[in-house]
Each structure stands twice: as structure tokens, then as C-alpha cells.
Design a protein around this ligand. Structure first.
Ligand SMILES: CC(C)(COP(=O)(O)OP(=O)(O)OC[C@H]1O[C@@H](n2cnc3c(N)ncnc32)[C@H](O)[C@@H]1OP(=O)(O)O)[C@@H](O)C(=O)NCCC(=O)NCCS
Length: 285
């Protein structure tokens, strides 16, 4: 077995492997060019006898913080140790890169993904529920709009760290499928794709859809109940204007927060009241 960075000519084989995942609903084709051309991090191929049998992505979220995602093993090779070998390769790389934390998220039903982490010293750093809201129902329009922030100050970090959304989420926020610890550098990085809106000491962390019909994403919301109401309605209307297909949020297991979103038309993604995603964390150094 060998590891090397993926190359443009691997695309067809790599996407064929991805098409065997999530009933053909996989997202690798959407992100392929971005991951291949990224300077930081590594988009790594696993080869066996010269054949591409799997791959995965190592992303630097902020200094000291690595995120693993996009692990895909060719169907006929699953369960034969390739996923664990790739994880060990990335953990070694993270140690060499002096990463303080390496994380990934796995669906609660993905036993292979969870076990390969737990068997290598990971801990479950959080459990989250995925909710989404269709954008068909009308939403009240607010008279005032929040202000978009372009700079992260220590006060913003502190307010976000202490709000229930982040506190009960063990200090993490999710931006699309990636979780990051709330800190000055990670929020600065968040601003590359996400927006932070503020009004009356409340905040809304919102990522617009990357294309029409894609989902918009809420990463956190804070403030008094009244302010959160305005911010959420504002975010829903913004996502409608931006032609999102739906709006998504990953919530910590904190009943008042789940209630708040449910009452505003957000529906659970899974069929149970159990968390959908586990956040797994390694501390390699
Ligand atoms: C998840 C995935 C990357 C794992 O790779 P893999 O090569 O199939 O997994 P491995 O054979 O290396 O097994 C991983 C670990 O889980 C365990 N495991 C494997 N299948 C399992 C199962 N069905 N139930 C419980 N444990 C299982 C193995 O014992 C192994 O642990 P160990 O190395 O400590 O002994 C791969 O199955 C895959 O591509 N799945 C589809 C896409 C996906 O789910 N990606 C990950 C998203 S988080």
C-alpha cells in the first residue's frame, strides 16, 4: 500500500469511488478542484498494486487545528484496514506538523469510521443533531437588519464562547460539515466563507449556499430570545434571496436550543431523537 497526493489524472477513478457512497449523493465532485489546488493540507491517494483504492483529505482549519474529511475507500476494499491505515498516515503527518488537535465528524451509524478513531486514542468531543428547514414557508421580515462584521475582536470571541449554542456544543461550531473550536484565528478563517452578523449583542454565524439549491448554513446564534428570533428570520430570508434549497444547522444536545429551532420550522434530519453526528478528536502532540 502506498500514499501520495492525488493528481488531476486521478479524477475519473476517484469520482467513481465517490459515486459508490451515500447512494450516489456524494459531494466530492463538487469540491474536487478546490481540494486538489489547495496549497495547505493534503488530498491523499491510497494505492494498492498501482490501483487507486481510496483517498482522504487533511485540511488545516487554523494554526494547530487539522480536519479530516472526504475519506472514501473503494467498495470492494472496505473493511480490510485501508481506512485505518489512512488515518494513521494523517495522524503521523499531524504530529510532524505540530497539530494540537485533529478532528473529524462521523455519522453515529458509521461504525467503521467511529471505531477506527476510538481504537487510535480519539475521544468523542461532542454529539450533534442535524436539523434543516425547507424554505417554502413564509417568514416575517424584520424592520432592522443586522450589521455584517469584517473583523474579529476579543469581545466577539468571548461573547460567542459563552453563548449557550457554543457552550453546550463543547466550544465548537460547525461550518457545513467541518467543526472548529471557537477562537480568534478559527473565526478569522471562518470569515473566508462564512459571514458574522451582529445586532443588540446577539450574533448570527451564517454561510450562504455555494450554488443555487445548495443549502445555507447556520453555525451559531446568540443573544436574547427576541434578538435570536430576529436574527434567525433574517438568516432564513437571506437564504431565500440567495436561492438556497434549504437552511441547515447542527445543534448540540441542549433541549431549549432544539426546541427553539423546531418551533421555527426546522426538522430533524435523522428519524430518532438521538444525535446524528459524533465529533472525534485526537491530540497528537
Ligand atoms: C469509513 C471508511 C473510510 C473506513 O475504511 P475501511 O477501510 O472500510 O475501514 P477499516 O477496514 O480500516 O476498518 C476501520 C476500523 O473499524 C472497524 N470496523 C470496520 N468495519 C466495521 C463495522 N462494520 N462495525 C464495527 N467496526 C468496524 C475495524 O475493525 C477497524 O478498526 P481497527 O483498525 O482498529 O481494527 C470506509 O468504509 C468508507 O469509505 N466508507 C464510505 C464513506 C465513509 O463513510 N467515509 C467516512 C465518513 S466519516
Amino acid at each position: 500500500m502506498q500514499f501520495r497526493p492525488l493528481k488531476p489524472e486521478d479524477k475519473e477513478d476517484a469520482l467513481a469511488i465517490a459515486s459508490e457512497t451515500w447512494d450516489g449523493e456524494d459531494y466530492i465532485h463538487l469540491i474536487w478542484d478546490e481540494w486538489l489546488n489547495e496549497e495547505e493540507g493534503e488530498f491523499t491517494a491510497i494505492l494498492s498494486g498501482g490501483e487507486l483504492v481510496g483517498y482522504g483529505k487533511y485540511t488545516v482549519l487554523s494554526p494547530g487545528e487539522a480536519w479530516l474529511h472526504g475519506a472514501r475507500i473503494k467498495k470492494e476494499h472496505r473493511g480490510s484496514g485501508l481506512g485505518s491505515a489512512l488515518l494513521e498516515y494523517f495522524l503521523k503527518k499531524a504530529k510532524n506538523d505540530n497539530m494540537e488537535a485533529v478532528r473529524y465528524a462521523a455519522h453515529a451509524s458509521n461504525k467503521a469510521s467511529i471505531n477506527m478513531a476510538l481504537n487510535r486514542g480519539a475521544r468523542i468531543a461532542g454529539k450533534y443533531h442535524l436539523f434543516s428547514r425547507p424554505l417554502t414557508a413564509p417568514t416575517p421580515t424584520a424592520k432592522t437588519s443586522p450589521r455584517r462584521l469584517t473583523e474579529i475582536t476579543p469581545r466577539i470571541v468571548e461573547e460567542l464562547e459563552t453563548c449557550p449554542f457554543v457552550k453546550y456544543g463543547n466550544g465548537y461550531i460547525a461550518a457545513n460539515w467541518q467543526f472548529r473550536k471557537v477562537s480568534q484565528p478559527s473565526l478569522e478563517k471562518y470569515l473566508e466563507k462564512g459571514h458574522i452578523y451582529s445586532m443588540h449583542r446577539g450574533f448570527l454565524l451564517y454561510t450562504p449556499p455555494s450554488a443555487p439549491n445548495d443549502f445555507a448554513y447556520i453555525s451559531a446564534i446568540s443573544g436574547s430570545l427576541e434578538v435570536q428570533n430576529i436574527l434567525l428570520n433574517w438568516g432564513i430570508n437571506e437564504s431565500k434571496n440567495q436561492k438556497a434549497g434549504s437552511i441547515m444547522v447542527k445543534l448540540p444536545s441542549y433541549p431549549p436550543l432544539i426546541q427553539f429551532f423546531r418551533r421555527r420550522g426546522f426538522l430533524p434530519w435523522g428519524k430518532t431523537t438521538e444525535p446524528d453526528f459524533f465529533l472525534l478528536e485526537f491530540n497528537p502532540t
